[in-house]
Design a binder for this molecule. Structure first.
Ligand SMILES: Nc1ncnc2c1ncn2[C@@H]1O[C@H](COP(=O)(O)OP(=O)(O)OP(=O)(O)O)[C@@H](O)[C@H]1O
Ligand SMILES: [Mg+2]
Length: 180
């Protein structure tokens, strides 16, 4: 009816689109291709100075997501080893604008201060930071960041559920990019 809000539409539409809340889309990833595509989409809206915290348990796909993100920015199928032992790997991204990418795996650090020795502050200042096991950073984890949360899907070995939670200007950027 003209001039009246259709509350059923307002409630039903976000759910049908697979979203929970306006700035916190939960996206079903059916298989590795879906993860690759989603990571590439996120990669295209990242900017120098961005921090992406990759959350999720052992083997859920944090490195897989980071690999797809990095390849999308580099624009070529570069080798992206897991930084399990090196703790950090760096890349020169070219797309859509040039930006260094620091890929951290902090699982093995014993104290948050150790991350400073890895150059994490420089990364925060001018590069794009992808951080596996971000809980290890404690108080050094920037409050302005994008949380990328990966979870397994019971009884679907290749499927994952991904939630994007934007903090600071990420909320608006997610909306503008059609994620929320
Ligand atoms: N839809 C999917 N998305 C991402 N990875 C998937 C998917 N389906 C299967 N996989 C597989 O799950 C594994 C994820 O391993 P990955 O090393 O990325 O995990 P991780 O979260 O980085 O683990 P760790 O905590 O040990 O660093 C890979 O072998 C990948 O091929
Ligand atoms: Mg990993």
């Amino acid at each position: 009816m003209a001039g009246q809000t259709d509350y059923r539409e307002a409630v039903i539409r976000p759910v049908a689109a697979g979203h929970v809340g306006s700035a916190k889309p939960t996206l079903p990833l059916a298989d590795e291709n879906a993860t690759n595509a989603l990571a590439a989409r996120v990669a295209m809206i990242a900017r120098p100075g961005d921090v992406l915290a990759l959350w999720g348990g052992l083997g859920v796909g944090k490195t897989f997501f980071a690999r797809a993100f990095i390849r999308a920015r580099v624009g070529a199928p570069v080798e992206v080893p897991s930084p399990t032992f090196t703790l950090v790997q760096t890349y020169e991204g070219a797309k859509p604008v040039a930006a260094d990418i620091f890929h951290f795996d902090l699982f093995r650090i014993d104290a948050a201060e150790e991350a400073l020795e890895l150059g994490i502050e420089d990364a925060f200042a001018s590069a794009i930071s992808l951080i596996e096991w971000p809980d290890r950073l404690g108080p050094f984890l920037p409050s302005q960041r994008l949380d990328v949360v990966l979870a397994d899907v019971p009884a679907a070995a290749m499927a994952r559920q991904l939630t994007l939670t934007g903090h600071g200007d990420w909320q608006q950027r997610l909306r503008e990019a059609g994620f929320a």
